[in-house]
Design a protein. Structure first.
Lengths: 107, 157
């Protein structure tokens, strides 16, 4: 096998790997973000009504709003962490692909 | 160019060498069963603590203090694990008094001077604190296998 053939094979494999990794990550991140926004909208609406009805004090209302802001930070940290796990998985997959392709070429 | 010639070997071995060196560079900590257990068990205990706040703080102070110590221990475990800064930061937010998760909730409860926390507020705080733990759990699960946060937790956001 020519080295150019190996490189072509690797290029295709790595592109597929990158595509799958990115597509899956983007879909999960999008789903998780939409869930977060939807929950935030519902929560703030419910708390505002509860405040008006006297079920929540002003202090409690402020506490919950701050908690929601803290949750946004937790969400962001998790997203960054998950991106790092995907990068790590991509790197490991790429190494495995290169080794497999080269050993297959060497026979 | 065929494999076996000197130049083709250099073309192959060069990138491989770079790849193996890169492979040694840390990105994020590996999955930790202990980290996962810390998050799931302390989530359950934290939510149970919120139920206890249907009564005054004084009656349950020793239970709460023990929970806070165990959360501190979970933070120290995360912070002491190499390449685990993100998870450690999340635990820090759970425990700190200036963040409105467990640390902030206990400050609020204590501030009521022996009174119970109102039911509506308790339920809302319980949902929020549960979600905060779910983020830690979701990240830990993703260190092991790719998953959306929705699929690894029971809550919806």
């Amino acid at each position: 096998m020519k080295i150019d053939d190996i490189i072509d094979e690797l290029r295709k494999g790595i592109l597929d790997l990158a595509k799958n990794t990115v597509e899956e990550f983007v879909q999960h991140a999008k789903d998780d973000f939409e869930d977060f926004i939807s929950a935030t909208r519902d929560d703030v609406e419910r708390w505002t009504i509860a405040l008006a009805e006297g079920k929540l004090t002003a202090d409690e209302f402020r506490f919950l709003l701050k908690m929601r802001a803290d949750l946004a930070e937790m969400h962001a940290l998790t997203s960054v962490g998950i991106a790092a796990t995907r990068l790590k998985r991509f790197r490991d997959g790429m190494i495995s692909l290169i080794i497999k392709t080269i050993f297959a070429a060497l026979g | 160019m065929r494999i076996g010639s000197k130049s083709s070997l250099v073309r192959l071995v060069g990138p491989l060498f770079v790849l193996f060196v890169t492979a040694c560079a840390p990105i994020i900590a590996d999955y930790s069963l202990e980290g996962y257990k810390n998050a799931t068990s302390l989530k359950a205990r934290s939510l149970a603590m919120i139920d206890l706040s249907a009564e005054g703080y004084g009656k349950h102070s020793s239970t709460v203090e023990k929970l806070l110590v165990d959360i501190d221990a979970a933070y120290e475990f995360a912070a002491g694990t190499p390449n685990n800064q993100i998870t450690a930061e999340q635990w820090d937010r759970i425990r700190r008094k200036d963040h409105n998760f467990v640390g902030g909730y206990v400050v609020h409860w204590k501030g009521l001077n022996g009174k119970a926390v109102s039911e509506f507020f308790r339920q809302e705080a319980k949902t929020g604190i549960g979600r905060a733990y779910d983020y830690i759990i979701c990240l830990e699960v993703n260190k092991n296998k790719a998953a959306s946060c929705k699929s690894v937790t029971d809550t919806s956001g």
